[in-house]
Design a protein around this ligand. Sequence first.
Ligand SMILES: *[C@@H]1O[C@H](CO)[C@@H](O)[C@H](O)[C@H]1NC(C)=O
Length: 208
Amino acid sequence: MAAKRAAAFALGILLPLANSLTIEGMLGAPRRSTANVNPSGKLALFSSTSYNWDTKKSSTTWQVLDVASGKTKEAPFGSEVSEIVWIGDTDTSILYINGTNDNIAGGVTLYTADLGAKKFSPSLVASLEAPFQGLKAAQTKSGDINFVVNALARWDDGSAYNSELATSPATSGRVYDSNYIRHWDVYIASERYAIFSGPGTSESKLYC
Ligand SMILES: *[C@@H]1O[C@H](CO)[C@@H](O)[C@H](O)[C@H]1NC(C)=O
């Protein structure tokens, strides 16, 4: 009897949950990135991406986690920010990739900001000419911030490749000097990933 009652009780708890699990619900549930802890260990940043079935679009918010209390609050920026590192003059300083660039189509921008400041006021560090990613940064003793990022590089001069600015040849023919020209149904392009580094000044030039 007791076992039956316990089973009924368990079902009562589990059923509403089971009913609410739909495929759409699961696929639309927020996907969170790993949290990235700041130098003092007090705050962490993570992103949360959800898919909206009505608009058929996904959107990303960034959340600031107070490590001690577990409370989160939404960061003052959203989907346009693709990567963030904690670095700068204070424990709450960040350097991030803004995936948009008003001046260069297909490019990105680097900004710094202080999340501890009363008002969020980002400042532009660099305007980059290609869709760079994989941001890593270090601060030198003199306070400069040096960073590395990666992007596809052009085969002929090694400069960063921006598909939106590349001129497409008048012919679809390709010249290969090796046997390996195709991987499954994708023809191997000549661009390869390369690492670029730059100083955290307003200069946009990156060194390969
Ligand atoms: C991202 O860059 C756009 C310009 O391309 C700017 O308007 C926007 O404020 C930037 N957002 C952040 C969070 O830096």
